[in-house]
Design a protein around this ligand. Structure first.
Ligand code: ZN
Length: 159
């Protein structure tokens, strides 16, 4: 993974403490960026032009929201979840369509709500989440990851 060395990241004040609290290292962040930029696997926010990408090296999925600067990446937010997204099983959402505000960079399409399958500790859930209508990749927001998903993970672990 020599390409990790090439990535310069800039952490916003306060982010280091948040990462520590969430058990996420700079190396985790660099891995997400290397994968995202290498494969063009990220979402772009229409208004802020921020990018959001995820990478799952093993059991944990790491998400990084970042801005692109001339020679570095300005990290805006970092979070993770242990629940797995079952890719390729998306169904149409029954909810009212809503403006998501993120585009799939790979397909150049706006994300739309989809009924997405998640799995954790032998339990499967169907949740409405934004996803690309073409490649079906799913976006997990920070709000969902540290909120509902973290709660569900905790409940299953305690069972
Ligand atoms: Zn796509």
């Amino acid at each position: 993974m020599n390409r990790l060395d090439a990535i310069q990241i800039h952490l916003e004040p306060g982010l280091r403490a948040l990462m520590e609290a969430r058990g996420i290292t700079e190396e985790d962040v660099c891995r997400v960026l290397t994968f995202a930029e290498g494969e063009r696997r990220f979402y772009t926010q229409k208004v802020t032009d921020h990018r959001l990408a995820s990478f799952t090296p093993a059991k944990v999925t790491y998400w990084v929201e970042y801005g692109l600067k001339v020679d570095d990446y300005e990290i805006r937010s970092v979070y993770s979840h242990r629940m797995k997204i079952l890719e390729g099983f998306n169904m149409p959402s029954k909810k009212e369509p809503e403006e998501i505000g993120w585009l799939c960079a790979k397909c150049d399409l706006p994300l739309e709500l989809a009924a997405v399958k998640l799995t954790y500790l032998d339990e499967t859930f169907v949740v409405d989440l934004p996803a690309c209508p073409s490649c079906q990749r799913v976006l997990v927001s920070e709000e969902n990851a540290v909120g509902k998903m973290a709660l569900a993970e905790q409940m299953l672990e305690d069972k």
